[in-house]
Design a protein around this ligand. Structure first.
Ligand code: NAD
Ligand code: TYD
Length: 340
């Protein structure tokens, strides 16, 4: 069945991986990408699809109803059948510095998008959220879909707010929305402010690798391709109104991740520098993904031991991409066209 899918935030890390996967795995679907090209949006992530006639880029902001209308209009007469909503401010440290942009894009933007999608009778809406809405775990236990929301950072609080708005539009109007909550992703095209690409980039330049606090915080790492496949499974087979946790049972303390990166790159551990801890730093995230595994048949295909070397190799092979992002010149790629 041909579908026209509106992806928001498709120029970011996960969104750009998802757009590329859709064009490869669902070649008869059309894809519209609505992205504001914030600092985290990079059209160099999408060079593989930019000339594809079934792919359309719309430069616009999800908080602006006219921009959202323009993206829906790109669906033409048959309209947009589905929405996959990635667009968000996504970095915890930035949210600690200033929470307002997070409320604007993540909360207000989600409501603007939901209103537009509901008015136009969209058939499926997948809201891409995060395990961080559940807060922090102790040494044992896992987040299930029933774990109460207890966000600790302005980022996770704004994502929890958006989740509640998605839930409300389903409960109130019967709008066919679903929510996914995934653990930490890694892989190609991740902006080097997040742990893994930052450490890769710094290590390659023999710069210090800043570890917050004692480095014993635990994250549950999932390769981005596995996340994208899980989202596609929810789009195609998920039930309206449901929440699906996504994770791969790949729990590691941050210090182990950093040591593994240094080992792969043959760099010394003396590059590690312990720095002041992040404020309100969540200690541990871990996902119970049995619901999506049992009801939708999704399981991760990659272990950390397989996909970390693949990721390191990708950054080695895409030195130009990394340099453009690190220097800021990636913004020149589109500023002439879009004035962003
Ligand atoms: P990212 O920061 O790399 O990309 C976000 C994209 O959204 C960028 O292209 C940016 O330009 C765009 N954007 C931001 N505000 C916008 C706005 N107002 N209007 C239109 N576009 C806007 O983020 P990511 O890491 O790819 O995360 C994507 C989604 O997945 C987010 O919703 C995030 O909460 C969620 N998520 C991320 C992870 C992770 O580990 N990165 C894990 C679980 C869930
Ligand atoms: P991050 O990639 O920012 O993801 P999140 O905060 O959403 O989990 O950080 C992952 C972990 O790595 C988190 O515990 C914070 C830690 N961290 C560092 O120790 N040093 C760093 O420079 C960064 C960016 C993160």
């Amino acid at each position: 069945m041909t579908r026209t899918v509106l992806v928001t935030g498709g120029a970011g890390f996960i969104g750009s991986n998802f757009v590329q996967m859709l064009r490869e795995d669902r070649p008869d679907w059309r894809v519209i990408n609505l992205d504001a090209l914030t600092y985290a949006g990079n059209l160099e992530n999408l060079t593989a699809v930019e000339a594809d006639p079934e792919y359309t880029f719309v430069h616009g902001d999800i908080t602006v109803a006219a921009d959202v209308a323009k993206a829906f209009a790109a669906g033409g007469e048959s309209g947009v059948s589905d929405v996959i909503h990635f667009a968000a401010e996504s970095h915890v440290d930035r949210s600690i510095a200033s929470g307002l942009p997070f409320v604007q894009s993540n909360v207000v933007g989600t409501q603007v998008l939901l209103d537009a999608a509901r008015e136009r009778g969209v058939q499926r809406f997948v809201h891409v959220s995060t395990d961080e809405v559940y807060g922090s775990l102790g040494k044992t236990g896992f987040f299930t879909e029933e774990t109460p929301l207890s966000p600790n950072s302005p980022y996770s609080a704004s994502k929890a707010g958006s989740d509640m708005l998605v839930r409300a539009v389903h409960e109130t109007h019967g709008f066919p929305a679903m929510i996914t909550r995934c653990s930490n992703n890694y892989g190609p095209y991740q902006f080097p402010e997040k742990l893994i690409p930052l450490m890769i980039a710094n290590a390659r330049e023999d710069k210090a690798l800043p570890i917050y606090g004692d480095g014993m915080q635990i994250r549950d790492w999932l390769y981005v391709r596995d996340h994208c496949e899980a989202i596609l499974a929810v789009l195609e087979r998920g039930s309206a109104g449901e929440v699906y946790n996504i994770g791969g049972h790949n729990e590691y303390p941050n210090i182990d991740i950093v040591r593994a990166i240094l080992k792969h790159l043959d760099k010394p551990e003396s590059l590690i520098e312990y720095v002041t801890d992040r404020l309100g730093h969540d200690r541990r995230y871990a996902i119970d993904a049995r619901k999506i595994e049992e009801t939708l048949g999704w399981t991760p295909r990659y272990t950390f031991e397989q996909a970390l070397p693949m990721t390191l190799q990708w950054y080695q092979d895409h030195d130009g991409w990394l340099q453009n992002v690190r220097s800021g010149s990636y913004r020149d790629y589109y500023s002439a066209q879009y004035g962003a």
